[in-house]
Design a protein around this ligand. Structure first.
Ligand SMILES: [Fe+2]
Ligand SMILES: [Fe+2]
Length: 299
């Protein structure tokens, strides 16, 4: 496919490529890896902790609350690490047969390099937090694999964009939380800065699809975004974590926590997602009930 960007978008993408080349952010030097974690450091803002706000949270000891925050921030880092590996697979295939001077290829090569650095950065952070993440399920692995292999480019880019926008809001909370562990703050800051470029590019690329999307295509895009959001929530909130905390009936706690987490997550992390969907008229009489029911989002 030849380039389909407007003159303005082409100029903007050239600028983004220049920034990636001239001002790369290297995790090795950008993140203060040597700063030790202290008891007073916040590992995850309470508004993003699954149980916070439920009566059971008040019954936890300080050590249990800290472990819960540690485990859940580890899950988020692991989920990004995993999904970025999948995006890299998709992007590599997407650019494989393009000419070296193709604009999309030139930008996406930088994005792949940045996503590889992010994966390494998240993995180092997880090691620093000293936690073993709960792996994604076999079903999630299979679904993700099929998505990357079989989805048409517009659906795959829409998935990338949705996850990047959600991760961006999540990282924003972590980055701006006063008293947060400085390693986590700088990791989030680096990610925010580089993902902002990826988001601009992907939005420009998707215009060719969304600007002429009719009712059914907008409906599908909306569903693709919804499934991705739901998918990520289920990697954050895991029964195994409640079991390791020593809570009774962890499966029941998970069910209760998940519902509660969803409505808070919709409030804290989905504002930009809402704008994205409104941008391509993705809320309609079919999708609105789905967003309300599946994501507990007021639409
Ligand atoms: Fe990333
Ligand atoms: Fe990205």
């Amino acid at each position: 496919m030849t380039t389909l960007f407007s003159a303005d978008d082409t100029r903007q993408i050239e600028r983004l490529i220049r920034i990636s080349k001239e001002r790369p952010l290297l995790p090795d030097t950008f993140v203060p890896w040597d700063i030790p974690e202290q008891e007073t450091h916040i590992l995850l803002p309470e508004k993003l902790v699954s149980l916070a706000g439920l009566p059971i949270y008040e019954t936890l000891s300080i050590a249990q609350k800290r472990l819960l925050a540690r485990r859940e921030v580890t899950q988020a880092l692991y989920a990004y690490c995993w999904s970025e590996g999948l995006f890299c697979l998709f992007m590599t295939r997407y650019i494989l047969h393009r000419m070296p001077n193709d604009l999309e290829r030139r930008f996406l090569l930088h994005e792949i390099a940045e996503e590889c650095r992010h994966q390494e950065m998240f993995a180092t952070t997880i090691q620093k937090l000293g936690c073993q993440p709960v792996p994604v399920t076999k079903f999630q692995q299979l679904a993700a694999d099929l998505t990357v292999r079989l989805f048409p480019p517009d659906f795959a880019f829409m998935s990338c964009l949705a996850v990047e926008m959600m991760a961006d809001r999540y990282g924003d909370h972590l980055r701006h939380e006063a008293g947060a562990f400085p390693v986590l703050q700088k990791v989030s800051q680096l990610h925010n800065i580089e993902e902002a470029r990826h988001i601009l590019f992907t939005k420009a690329l998707l215009k060719r699809y969304t600007e002429r999307a009719g009712f059914w295509r907008s409906t599908w895009y909306s569903i693709v975004v919804l499934v991705n959001m739901r998918f990520f929530q289920s990697t954050y909130v895991r029964t195994e974590i409640y079991r390791d905390l020593g809570l009774k009936n962890p499966a029941r706690v998970r069910r209760q926590a998940f519902r509660h987490y969803q409505s808070r997550f919709a409030h804290e992390c989905l504002d930009s997602i809402r704008e994205l969907i409104e941008g391509f008229n993705g809320f309609n009489f079919l999708t609105r009930p789905l967003w309300r029911w599946v994501m507990k989002m007021e639409v």
